[in-house]
Design a protein around this ligand. Structure first.
Ligand SMILES: Cc1ncc(COP(=O)(O)O)c(C=O)c1O
Length: 480
């Protein structure tokens, strides 16, 4: 399709009106209705991966989709550009950016990473960067982002410094100190660090990183540019891009901000030479600036980018708006985490103040989680058998002596629990005989999940037997 007037995305800057906080707050029953499309029996303790979208926002999305289908040309020429600009304006105000042109809407954090890293790759290709110039990242950076570094930096001749962070972590200082150490080591090897990639909230294991301090260190050390991967940030921690001070900052809107999948904002600081940033999919608007390029990348469904004002209306039905939701989720997830850790005789992966709406909780060592494969098997088992959805992290010890122990041995596995509104409320967690029990429920669900725990037959052996022998055999063995 040829667009004679590719004016989509032109910035007319309609002022975004901040909806006032409602005087009549949302009720528990309204919340249940808003999420009644969720499979009711499933205990979602994993909001972190995909987020959740309320019915009122899905309705708004459907309205946008129908408006497009009713008269696509009128929608494209008269509606789309203003709609996307209104969403960008809303985000600009929320994140304290200076100008709407600093805010682009893209599909997700993975796309944003490609935008930033492809530019680094071009700098190598065009001879602006030298072989072995470096990108610095946290060793627990998101796997898809690591692959992007491999594709666009390593293949172009660049090198990578991985900052190894301690886990479990006890304080921000531990992270700051490792970060400084890695920069010093890189510099002493004569590396020129062209870009630092810092997670705001790491995915696995999940920890809130002292991002402001790390960006400040990068500036002091003369690192050219900083990209903050804040995929989990907006809606779970306060986001002030000016205070953070990075050149690029991406956050998914579909994780903790109630947008439908998938949409993220990418903030690019105006003063950064951002003119050479491009959307990975080249379309009509190539060369007109990233926000405009991203607002028309061919014929597709743009509805998830258009519902941001509707999301804000939903959020403002809660007491305290987004800050109220954030506080409640944090308080609840910490409560759940402490309860689990106490009843399992284990530990939290970080102090509560280094968590937002997700927290890591040690699994009893008696489960003998020995590998990534064990973690995946256990997660599948909890999903298939108990309808409990929770990511599981396998802890690899570089130095066993530094490991954390419970009464039976080293803790080698952690669950990452999330709290979002009423979803995933943990009512009770305890050890019963040889089993670690999670009871999920309080009205919304009512599920008891039993993790077999025994020093005679560890979880991996149990699950392998279960796969070999079928569920019946396992049930017989373990009295499920
Ligand atoms: C830290 C981090 N970065 C990037 C991503 C990728 O997000 P998406 O799959 O929406 O692109 C995730 C997803 O969970 C993440 O946790």
């Amino acid at each position: 399709m040829q667009h004679e007037y590719p004016r989509n995305g032109e910035s007319t800057h309609p002022s975004s009106k901040k909806p006032k906080l409602s005087s009549k707050f949302i009720t528990e029953s309204d919340i249940r209705d808003e999420f009644s499309h969720h499979q009711q029996r499933v205990a979602r303790i994993n909001n972190g991966s995909y987020g959740s979208c309320p019915d009122s926002v899905l309705t708004a999305q459907r309205r946008w989709q129908l408006q497009f289908l009713r008269q696509p040309d009128a929608f494209y020429f008269n509606v789309l550009r203003d709609g996307i600009t209104a969403s960008r304006e809303t985000i600009k105000d929320l994140i304290n950016a200076d100008h709407v042109d600093e805010v682009s809407l893209v599909d997700n954090a993975t796309t944003a990473a490609a935008i930033v890293l492809q530019r680094i790759g071009r700098n190598f290709a065009e001879g602006k960067f030298q072989k072995n110039d470096t990108v610095l990242m946290l060793h627990c950076a998101f796997q898809a982002v690591k692959k992007s570094i491999q594709a666009y930096v390593t293949r172009a001749g660049g090198s990578v410094i991985e900052v190894r962070l301690p886990f479990p972590v006890n304080s921000e200082e531990e992270i700051i100190s490792e970060f400084k150490k890695s920069i010093e080591e890189g510099k002493s090897n004569g590396r020129n660090i062209r870009l630092a990639i810092i997670d705001h909230i790491t995915s696995m294991p999940s920890v809130v990183i002292p991002v402001k301090e790390l960006v400040r260190i990068c500036r002091a050390e003369g690192i050219e540019q900083v990209f903050v991967d804040a995929a989990h940030a907006i809606g779970s921690v306060e986001v002030d891009v000016k205070e953070v001070g990075a050149d690029f900052y991406v956050s998914n809107l579909h994780k903790w901000f109630f947008c439908p999948p998938s949409v993220a904002f990418l903030y690019c600081k105006k003063s950064t030479s951002s003119s050479d940033l491009h959307h990975p999919v080249v379309s009509h608007e190539y060369g007109n600036g990233l926000p405009i390029e991203s607002a028309w990348i061919g014929t597709r469904d743009y509805s998830s980018q258009l519902v941001v004002p509707a999301v804000l209306e939903f959020i403002n039905r809660f007491e305290g708006g987004i800050n109220g939701i954030m506080k409640k989720n944090h308080d609840e997830v910490v409560k759940m985490g402490k309860m689990l850790a106490e009843s399992w005789g284990t530990n939290l992966g970080s102090p509560p103040e280094m968590s937002a709406a997700m927290i890591m909780v040690g699994l009893p060592s008696r489960l003998c989680l020995h590998s990534e494969e064990d973690a995946v098997m256990l997660r599948s088992h909890l999903r298939d058998r108990y309808e409990v959805e929770v990511p599981i992290f396998h802890q690899v010890y570089v130095d066993r002596e530094e490991g954390v122990r419970d009464k039976d041995g080293f803790i080698t596995g952690y669950v990452r629990i999330s709290h979002q509104l009423r979803m995933g409320k943990l009512a009770k967690c305890f050890i019963r005989n040889e089993e670690a029990v999670i009871k999920v429920g309080e009205g919304f669900h009512g599920i008891t999940c039993v993790l077999p725990a025994s020093d005679v037959c560890c979880i991996s052996q149990f699950l392998k037997n279960r796969i070999k022998g079928g569920q019946g055999a396992a049930r017989k063995n373990w009295n499920f």
